[in-house]
Ligand binder design. Sequence first.
Ligand SMILES: O=C(CO)COP(=O)(O)O
Length: 139
Amino acid sequence: MMNIALIAHDEKKQEMIQFTIAYEEILKRHHLYATGTTGKRIEEHTDLKITRFKSGPLGGDQQIGAMVAHNEMDLVIFFKDPLTAQPHEPDISALMRLCDVYYIPLVTNLAAAEIVIRALERGDFAWRDIVKQREGRSS
Ligand SMILES: O=C(CO)COP(=O)(O)O
């Protein structure tokens, strides 16, 4: 079971809903986390159970970033809106930066998410279990 973050900006929420409906069978086998509004919308349209954080502009991206920093997040699926300025742009950058710091797979659009979700289904994320076991042993 992997810990997966689902985040979508307003213009991309419909896309995220369609994505989670399409891949519900795969996603339901994992622990799901989301920023507030994204999580609420997904729960309204699917049977997925989601741990909801605060809304993005109110700190949700940072809460997910904290999980990344603790090596508790295995995949971040973040449908970003590249055409609209966000008031919490620094938080968004910080989350993406932490994914790079900790080598956490981060996808920022639907096309990449489709590829990653199939990789997840194939077992390509097994290396994350190895990393987490090692961290567990060393701490
Ligand atoms: O703003 C977001 C990510 O930066 C998403 O937040 P919401 O899911 O609360 O809309």
